[in-house]
Design a protein around this ligand. Sequence first.
Ligand code: ATR
Length: 263
Amino acid sequence: MHHFIVIGNPISHSKSPAIHAAFACSVGLDISYNRQFCPNDFGSFKAVIEAFFHGGGVGANVTLPFKEMAFDICQEVGTLSKYAKNAGAVNTLAIKGGKLYGDNTDGRGLVADLVGRGVDLHDKTVAILGAGGATRGAILPLIQSSAVVSVFNRTLAKAQTLAQEFATQGITINAHGLDELTGHFDVIINATSATTTGQSLDLGGVSTDVAYDMMYGKPSAFLEHFNTAKQIDGMGMLINQARLSFELWTGRAVDLDKVVLDL
Ligand code: ATR
């Protein structure tokens, strides 16, 4: 029996246990995967991580508000994947070579979902709205898929800082204010927190073939706005980031067509 947890605050509504149980079932593995609440402070989070792995835990997912803390702990005592380094955040913890290892599967989960839905990203124009952690994690996987990435953020300076940071790693992205969003993009991704907070976004006159909202489970004014485009919510990203974590931990490939999920 392999033991896994997802750590968050709040955590009671996390769908990760159901998703991972379905993956395990599809490959014939016996696992336990539980929700772990944690007080929102660094000391408590570190104590939970240490106790879990010292107790024989195999892998942990990390969700809000702990992704940056997990990054800091791995930087301090462990190692980080290039995706985690790039994102400045960790959503997947494991033990590798006797040390804590932090990865970030969110951005690759997004790209895998797009590709799985037949969206070609090669040389395609992708606009990402927002310049927070969600955007940061998506950039490297999108660039690796040969997309041309433009970030549009309400606060222009934040988008520009992000572009400068990526430029130092040889990654080119275009930075704009959200008020400059115009013309046509092959894909537009909403990585702002506007859907979560129920706020509307000023989407001006821009058009797209594919509208992707990283959020799920709530009505999205963003998706509704693009009613002639292919509309995708973040459920597939959630499932694919989980799949990539599961594959890292277990070494087993998951065929999503064989996974029975009732979320
Ligand atoms: P996350 O880590 O989930 O990406 P975040 O770091 O809080 O969350 O970033 C949220 C992003 O959503 C920010 O880019 C924010 O824009 P600002 O940098 O200008 O604050 C963006 N955002 C939130 N609400 C928004 C709204 N109503 N309209 C436009 N952008 C919004």
